[in-house]
Design a protein around this ligand. Sequence first.
Ligand code: 13P
Ligand code: SF4
Length: 309
Amino acid sequence: MTIQEEIRQLCRDKNAVIMAHYYQRPEIQDVADFIGDSLALAQQAAKTEAKIIVMCGVHFMAETAACLCPDRKVLIPAPEAGCSLADSCQAEDLRRWKEEHPGYMVVSYVNTSAEVKALTDVVVTSSNALKIINQLPKDANILFGPDKNLGSYINDLTGREMTLWNGACHVHARFSVEALIHLKHDHPNAPVLTHPECKKAVIELSDYVGSTAALLKYVKTHTNNEYIIVTESGVIHEMQKACPGVTFILVPPEITEGVGCMCNECEYMRMATLEKLRDTLRDEINEVHVEPEVAAKAVKSIHKMLAMS
Ligand code: 13P
Ligand code: SF4
């Protein structure tokens, strides 16, 4: 039996469902029951009837599933998989920020801990941030965190002046503007598709800005021969499957302090492997627990997001 067959057999035996983000390793995506962006994974978790959810993603994704499904076992193959963006905003710091801004609503990106979500009025993802913020009162004072790039993009689109937390994703914030300009010059017919976690200078050079799922939809519904993709490289697996023969060009990150990492992979997202997934499911280890009082508060802001999406 291959390891993939072993994993599928375990899913059947245990009534388990495997969910994977598009930034997971290709072999994990291929063995999953469901692949999605952050919003789709939350929506899927909210409606699954499986007894066990194995979340192949980073910790906040598993926590979101655990808040939504307190009666299910939520397992994560790589419990050490954090997120630089989520880590930039600790609950204590958010609490202080709120105290400094009485009367403000708190809108938090889904890339946050359950403790932060418990202090939040409504959660958003990159798929629904614009839609949700457009539904908030025009005169609302809003604290938006932790992604300053997404927040500034939404401010520009809506004309709002949300107060932004100073956080960013280390993968999306480091794409090289210079390299993108060169690639656009060399591939003038390739649309530039960009994730809104990227910095403004990159967004301004783009033809289309959207969440991981929106970028995928774009390539599935257009007929270009090549695209320049400015997001984590894991998404190329699904793009290439949907559009064989099309060329997807990746933008390299900036080289800082003379040390260049030419890869645009999120190291946290790559921590899950097939072996870890198999062992986690087989032994039912790495269960994600959220304190019930925290989960009860966090789930309100997550449900609000799902209702407004
Ligand atoms: P989406 O899944 O909303 O596109 O967000 C990307 C991301 O960085 C997830 O950590
Ligand atoms: Fe966090 Fe960025 Fe990795 Fe997404 S890609 S999990 S935002 S560090």
